[in-house]
Design a protein around this ligand. Structure first.
Ligand code: SAM
Ligand code: SF4
Length: 361
């Protein structure tokens, strides 16, 4: 199938927001702290490196893969990405998560991680990946300055893996996890549990992860892209998943992790201190504590995953914007960050147009 690119994708992906002129004096000495209009401090950036992927998970991508991809020239260059990250760090961002699409398919990804690390060494750099290429890249990534990886893994059964991810080899992912642990990267496992697909395996996934000293986390399915086409019965909320873990975990609502993210954690019932995380984006809206900002692979700053409005920092940079102009544009985009998402509001399901891989999950 012919791959269409650019403006069609752009218009489907985002509603461009024109930025008003920068107020005189704004950010000319130093950028003010990044705070959204609800007073939430923004300290965490999710930076997408590509909209491409070497898998097509059933809840994320159409079977044939996305039909449209950004062309290389439309992606943020490494230099542009480094500049944006530097500016955001001056505004208070402390942690950067590289994501995608699949970040490890971006050409020379190790060099980009190294460039960001060298430029702003104070940042904590982490990545979310399907780990297919992690066995070969764990060591160079660690040396380049990466601190941790969240590996997405929904099943430990090879046939089921190929069915849910529509490709790939489970063995490569497991080798990637092992390599990451050997290199001293902090590893977490993220799983999406679908009723009738892999929900019979959640206990096994937890036991396996605990056996490796890893904290597993379950992400509730969000109604984006392909996931919006799945039958409602496939959706499992965090409580339903916790129930399937039986006697392994303590009961209760779970505790957050000291402001590091939206996950809530249940403790192992055996008192060992091991934990299981739940990212309940739908059933337990955690927007009030949201500290994140997204930048897509094409350089759109998106205040919220569930909001298509975006400001193109790439276009501003290519038009000669100063650092103060970029700080203002980001600030202004944050002014549009809604207090909460609309995943539970059918009238607002605009975000179902595109999946996570195109926005940057
Ligand atoms: N390709 C990488 C990976 O899979 O880890 C990074 C990008 S992927 C979009 C990031 C995460 O989003 C994965 O853990 C995936 O399971 C999750 N994801 C994708 N679509 C989702 C959906 N509709 N609801 C909940 N999680 C989703
Ligand atoms: Fe690719 Fe990640 Fe989406 Fe799966 S979840 S299709 S690995 S981007």
């Amino acid at each position: 199938m012919a791959r269409r690119t650019l403006s069609v994708l752009g218009s489907r992906l985002a509603q461009p927001l024109p930025v008003p002129p920068r107020p005189e004096g704004f950010a000319e000495d130093a950028p003010p702290p990044l705070v959204d209009r609800s007073g939430r401090a923004i300290t965490y950036l999710r930076l997408s490196l590509t909209d491409r992927c070497n898998l097509a998970c059933v809840y994320c991508m159409p079977p044939e893969g996305e039909r449209e991809h950004a062309r290389r020239a439309e992606l943020l260059s490494f230099e542009e990405a480094v500049r944006l990250v530097r500016g955001l760090a001056r505004g208070g961002v402390r942690r950067v998560r590289f994501t995608g699409g699949e970040p490890l398919v971006r050409k020379d990804v190790v060099r980009l991680v190294e460039m960001v690390h060298r430029d702003t060494p104070s940042l904590e750099l982490v990545m979310t990946t399907n780990a297919l290429r992690l066995a070969e890249l764990a060591r160079p990534l660690r040396r380049a300055g990466l601190r941790g990886v969240n590996v997405s893994l929904d099943t430990l059964e090879p046939d089921r893996f190929r069915r849910m991810a529509r490709g790939g080899e489970l063995g490569a992912v497991l080798a990637g996890v092992r390599a990451a642990l050997d290199e001293g990267l902090e590893v977490k496992i993220n799983a999406v549990a679908l009723a009738g697909e892999n929900d019979d395996e959640v206990g096994r996934l937890v036991d396996w992860a605990w056996g490796l000293g890893i904290t597993p986390r379950f992400i509730e399915l969000m109604p984006l892209g392909e996931a919006a086409k799945l039958p409602p019965e496939a959706f499992l909320d965090a409580d339903a998943i916790a129930r399937r873990l039986g006697e392994r975990v303590t009961r209760g609502g779970g505790a957050p992790d000291g402001g590091r993210g939206p996950a809530r954690y249940l403790e192992a019932a055996d008192g060992s201190g091991r934990r299981v995380g739940f990212i309940s984006a739908v059933s337990d809206e955690f927007c009030a504590s949201c500290n994140r900002l997204r930048i897509t692979a094409q350089g759109d700053v998106r205040a919220c995953l569930a909001d298509r409005r975006a400001v193109s920092l790439r276009d501003l940079m290519r038009a000669g914007a100063s650092d103060a102009d970029l700080a203002w544009a980001t600030h202004w985009a944050l002014g549009s960050k809604a207090a909460g998402h609309a995943f539970n509001d059918p009238a607002e399901l605009e975000h179902t147009h595109v999946g996570m891989s195109l926005i940057g999950g």
